[in-house]
Design a protein around this ligand. Structure first.
Ligand code: ZN
Length: 462
């Protein structure tokens, strides 16, 4: 018989509208799977996790993160998007990466996510060589996270790849990696293709890459429709007219397109990743949230780059919610009135961060809600902590008040990866040593990027 786990007596937010929320309930897990959610479940022969004083939610789903960047985290507090692209893409930092650097970057970044209750993420990778791809996959595997590994374009020689004239295509190694690691969908890691799309490669390359994604049965993800070019290119319209958009296509940022194009996205069912903090910071544009929900679209959330933000979803939920409210409130104030209600509920935003994210990654039947039959990706938030007690509205507690320090326990497919506020079976000393070694190597080769400009400081190698 499979191992059984009874998570007992928590406040349960299932994020499944058919099940609703419970003031107090139990979650019964058998092996990897949730088998029951309800009050006073009778179950013997199982390990009991006392969830009294805890808020129980499905694990967060981050739909857009460049995971390896954890190894150079917080270098760019004052970077614009052009500065970020300059250092990582065009001036050579990304070209210095060795396979061991992206391995430890991915392991470190995935563990950071798990620690914060993110049980699923899309790793938008940049692959410099086959060995790099292998090591990125190994880092994710070792962390024990659920992830879509989205195979991407090299950072080495990025200038040739990341230009809208580029006729270069997705690397053939993407096919090898799919075959080698992702022949089954019945595993924690599934497959995606991270393509440059029409604003960072030629239309011909975009067609080839999107076609390849379909052949490989992969989520096809691209950065598109933002910055100063998003409004002029009309890429969404072009892709819609070419019949290229569908629910397996994931569009990232999409801040500055026309109203009609938001409707096109909603109508085709393509998914959208909003990374509100860096979008507001770096100049991608204003988070699109309400412009998409207006047409019935369901945005999802991502951290994007830990070079300039933290790696948790609590902050991203807040940024998204208040950015949208601020946008709408401003229009009311401009009429000389006061708002009578707020757009976007806290519950909606928690849905974007869980079940809607899971659907966007093609994992809606496996994770994203505490629904019997789904994989047991479960997070316990310690609501007895000083910043959360007493709980009056648990959805508010999770979306607006909680932080990573309140994440008490995290399970991925029924397996504990965090208990009692600590990651399980993680040799932090080893990880820290490897991460620092990689960081030193990268900055030794490239120099230390300035925190606010394109300048590079020593210790650059001569
Ligand atoms: Zn990105």
């Amino acid at each position: 018989m499979a191992n059984r786990l009874l998570i007992k007596g928590g406040r349960v937010l299932t994020m499944d509208p058919a099940l609703g929320n419970f003031e107090q309930a139990d979650v019964l897990v058998e092996g990897e799977t949730i088998v029951a959610v309800g009050r006073n479940l009778e179950a013997d022969d199982c390990e009991v996790v006392d969830a009294g004083g805890q808020i129980v939610i499905p694990g967060f789903v981050d739909t857009h993160r460049h995971v390896w960047e954890a190894v150079i985290r917080n270098v760019g507090p004052d970077w614009t998007l052009p500065t970020y692209l300059h250092h990582l893409y065009f001036n050579g930092l990304g070209g210095t990466l060795r396979p061991e650097d992206v391995y430890i970057g991915n392991l470190l970044g995935a563990l950071e996510a798990l620690d914060a209750g993110v049980t699923t993420l899309l790793d938008w990778s940049m692959v410099n060589s086959p060995e790099h791809a292998d090591e990125m996959v190994r880092g994710l595997q070792e962390a024990g996270i659920r992830a879509v590994f989205a195979y991407g374009t090299p950072l080495r020689g990025a200038g040739a790849y990341w230009s809208r004239d580029s006729l270069l295509k997705q690397q053939d190694d993407a096919i090898r990696v799919k075959k080698q690691y992702f022949s089954s969908k019945d595993q924690l890691l599934t497959y995606g293709l991270a393509i440059r799309g029409p604003e960072f490669s030629s239309w011909e390359s975009t067609l080839y890459d999107m076609n390849l994604a379909q052949e490989l049965d992969a989520i096809c993800t691209m950065h598109v429709g933002f910055g100063s070019w998003g409004s002029v290119d009309r890429s969404i319209e072009k892709m819609t007219q070419a019949g290229l958009l569908n629910p397996s296509v994931n569009l990232v940022h999409v801040n500055s397109i026309s109203d009609e194009e938001y409707k096109m996205i909603a109508d085709t069912g393509a998914s959208v990743s909003v990374t509100p903090e860096v979008e507001m910071m770096m100049g991608h544009g204003y988070p699109l949230t309400g412009k998409l929900t207006k047409y019935g679209g369901r945005p999802t959330l991502g951290v994007d780059v830990v070079t300039s933000t933290g790696g948790d979803m609590f902050a991203q939920m807040k940024f998204m919610m208040q950015a949208e409210r601020s946008r709408v409130n401003e229009t009311v104030l401009a009429r000389g009135e006061m708002p009578e209600s707020l757009p976007l509920s806290a519950y909606d935003v928690l849905s974007f961060a869980t079940i809607d994210g899971a659907r966007a990654l093609g994992l809606g039947d496996r994770t994203g809600s505490l629904t019997p039959g789904k994989q047991a990706d479960i997070v316990l938030i310690r609501a007895t902590d000083i910043n959360l007690t007493p709980v009056n509205d648990p959805v508010c507690a999770v979306t607006l008040c909680a932080h990573t320090g309140n994440v008490d326990a995290v399970f991925v497919a029924g397996k504990a990866v965090k208990r009692n506020g600590r990651l399980v079976n993680v040799d932090l000393e080893r990880i820290r040593t490897l991460a620092e070694r990689s960081r030193d190597y990268i900055f030794g080769e490239y120099g230390v990027p300035d925190s606010a400009s394109n300048a590079v400081k020593s210790p650059a190698k001569a």
